[in-house]
Design a protein around this ligand. Structure first.
Ligand SMILES: [Zn+2]
Length: 197
């Protein structure tokens, strides 16, 4: 049971993959607070694929449970790779529809560490579930190649909405969903816990 899913600490081998990338030189989150997850998921061809994800230890068990249930229900997730494979470039990872969690960074234009910087936020199928915000009347959409998925009244595969299994499973573990949290921005790919930060 549960073969294919495990949680481990960040050992030297894993650290070598993230050092200077998602785990930047100025990273203020101790490695001991992070966990590496190996998990299985169904890709867009319906085949079983292996995923890798780094998250905060506070949510490692919750994520394991959520991804086990998504896998059991054949929920399609295209790829779950460490963002370090994209040089920790969030835009490149999203453009490639990569689902990911930990990446040490600040919220744009602030000195606030992003919840991704603590490994407390997860993005699922981001190409189909963009981040949308209007600043000074100008619409920002990320990733930039997700414009055709901006209109959430349309039906298309991999769209996360209120009825999506991800929304249900993450909510059961106390996560919030960026698709219905705020009035002035939407982040349909983004599931997170506040943890009093
Ligand atoms: Zn996110």
């Amino acid at each position: 049971m549960n073969t294919g899913f495990y949680v481990s600490e960040i050992d030297e081998k894993i650290f070598a993959r993230i050092d200077g990338k998602s785990y930047k030189k100025n990273c203020s989150v101790p490695l001991s607070e992070l966990r590496y997850l190996r998990l299985l998921h169904k890709d867009f061809r319906g085949e079983t694929a292996t995923g890798e994800l780094i998250c905060n230890k506070a949510i490692a068990d919750a994520l394991t449970d959520i991804f086990q249930k998504l896998f059991a229900e054949n929920y399609p997730i295209e790829k779950i790779r460490l963002i370090d494979e994209y040089d920790a470039d969030d835009e490149l990872s999203m453009r490639d529809n990569n689902s990911s969690c930990f990446n040490f960074r600040y919220v744009s234009h602030t000195n606030r560490i992003s919840l991704h910087g603590y490994g407390l936020a997860v993005d699922i199928n981001p190409l189909y579930n963009p981040y949308i915000k209007t600043v000074d009347g100008k619409k920002i959409i990320a990733p930039a190649n997700s414009v055709e998925f901006e209109d959430r009244t349309k039906n298309f595969p991999h769209k996360i909405d209120e009825n999506d299994l991800c929304v249900k499973l993450f909510a059961e573990h106390g996560f919030l969903w960026g698709g219905n949290c705020w009035d002035d921005e939407k982040d349909y790919q983004h599931f997170f816990v506040e943890m009093g930060r």
